[in-house]
Design a binder for this molecule. Sequence first.
Ligand code: HEC
Ligand code: HEC
Ligand code: HEC
Ligand code: HEC
Length: 474
Amino acid sequence: MSDSAPARSTPRWVGPALFILVAAVVALLGLLATSLQERNAEAQRPSLVLQPIAEWEPDNAKWGANYPREYESYARTALDTTKTKFGGAFPRDYLDEFPQLVVLFAGYGFSKDYLQARGHAHAIEDATNTKRIKVPVNAGTCWTCKSTDVPRMMAKIGVKEFYAANWHDLKKDITHPIGCQDCHDPATMRLRITRPALREAFQAMGRDIDKATHQEMRSLVCAQCHVEYYFKTDPAEGKKNYLTFPWANGTTVEAMLEYYDAMDFADWTHAVSKTPIIKAQHPDYEVYSTGIHAYRGVSCADCHMPYRTEGGVKFTDHHVRSPLLNIANSCAVCHRWSENDIKTRVEAIQTKVANARKATETAVVQAHFDVAAAMEAGATDDELAPARKLLRHAQFRWDYVAANNGMGFHSPQECTRILGEAANEAQQVRILIARLLATKGKTAAPSHPDWSTRDKAWAAVQAFVKGQPPKMLP
Ligand code: HEC
Ligand code: HEC
Ligand code: HEC
Ligand code: HEC
């Protein structure tokens, strides 16, 4: 029997050996971590010594020398072959796809030429080539959302003077497409607002844009251009074609209609129905603001400029495009659904909005022809005023949804609500006209021309515009 400790089953050298082994592993791991950190820092560090960038530097390539990843991804906005069900960067011809637009925009440039937007790198080219601009006098204002030369020229010649200039006279100074200067402060690279119209629109709503949070700025840089706007001419204020967002009463479609009605604003008089029409531009920011993502603080950049990783470096993807071409980074970071589920879900939402839009379009086109029929039957402008007012509202509501990008995805409920109201207003017009025609001894509902193709729609409009000045012709 023994009182001693149990016999050792392991040799004496094992303890110290284990200690040395563990110490070695810890040291190696430490080295590895340091090396990874260094490589990361190296990768984050620009490859060149940062070159100072001038305050109003318009040349994207000069900024790109300092920030090659952002620049290279930005340069991909030149790609224009991508197509999604309703979007993408392909310049699809809306007038071929939706011939009813030829009637809806009769008497205005959009009935001549209306293409789907391409990427930012094409902004100058596309604005210069559209037939809408090829008239001798066009507002300098049209350049405002196209180029990094705009802030520089505004600083040089003055904001009012910039807007009041003739488009063609500014052409030689405006050569760089949308880019770094539009969204960044060159000294700090912080996001900044370079377009006075957005700043002024915030003031008109009693808000200070300089108090916007960083997350809000990730949408507001886009809101400099992706919004509803008009050109204000007011000699008393010394304003000619002054870019203005109609936000003083708010950014909903009702608030804007109230604003435009109060000043009797119209972009043109409709060639068929002689209705004073407001062309909605692309109220992307306004529509987005009514949606679930804005409510939950998701910004435009979260979906359209998601983070990307390249060789261990995380940076902002500057290839601004349809998020459906980049679902993994744009959506799946928040939504743990499969990419296919996400795509199907978005297309289902968009298809519902597209169908509602189509039904509304038909009603609004018919209303234009109905008013024209009443004119032919001898109805006076006074008699037609209530119908024309409804028609003006119906068309603006419809266009607020139609001209906004994304086929309703940014706020599906709001878009279908607005389309529903527009369709109802267009039908109200048709009822008013039927009653008016009855007082003129006409009992049959007016017949409508065929507008099922672009050429037929064109011919249908031509039949109504005979004898009018050429400017009115579509
Ligand atoms: C929750 C994600 C999300 C947010 C936030 C978002 N978008 Fe979008 N956006 C989309 C989707 C999805 C589409 C539809 C793309 C398609 O049909 O190919 C789209 C379409 C667009 C398009 C048309 C692109 C194309 O290729 O047809 C533009 C322009 C656009 N959005 C601008 C904006 C702006 C400006 C904001 C902020 C005010 C914004 N978006 C906020 C997801 C988002
Ligand atoms: C300086 C004005 C300006 C700013 C700022 C701006 N855009 Fe644009 N954007 C445009 C114009 C103009 C076009 C159309 C260009 C064309 O068709 O040549 C466009 C096109 C687009 C397209 C269509 C490209 C495609 O591939 O489908 C998307 C998406 C888009 N912008 C999203 C955004 C987002 C998101 C922001 C903010 C992060 C933003 N834009 C900021 C003016 C601007
Ligand atoms: C339409 C607006 C817009 C344009 C144009 C734009 N950026 Fe950005 N940029 C952003 C946004 C949004 C972020 C994210 C900033 C944040 O959340 O702090 C960003 C971030 C950056 C950053 C910070 C690092 C990173 O990747 O997140 C750099 C550097 C940068 N951009 C460089 C550029 C360069 C260079 C250009 C021109 C080639 C450019 N940007 C054009 C909107 C823009
Ligand atoms: C930064 C996070 C974030 C990103 C990025 C994001 N979402 Fe969302 N999404 C949300 C939140 C938050 C909601 C609200 C519902 C919730 O709380 O789950 C939501 C809701 C939705 C809904 C339901 C909408 C409704 O009306 O009920 C759809 C569909 C959707 N997202 C699609 C997308 C798509 C497509 C993308 C990419 C283009 C995207 N989301 C990107 C956070 C995000």
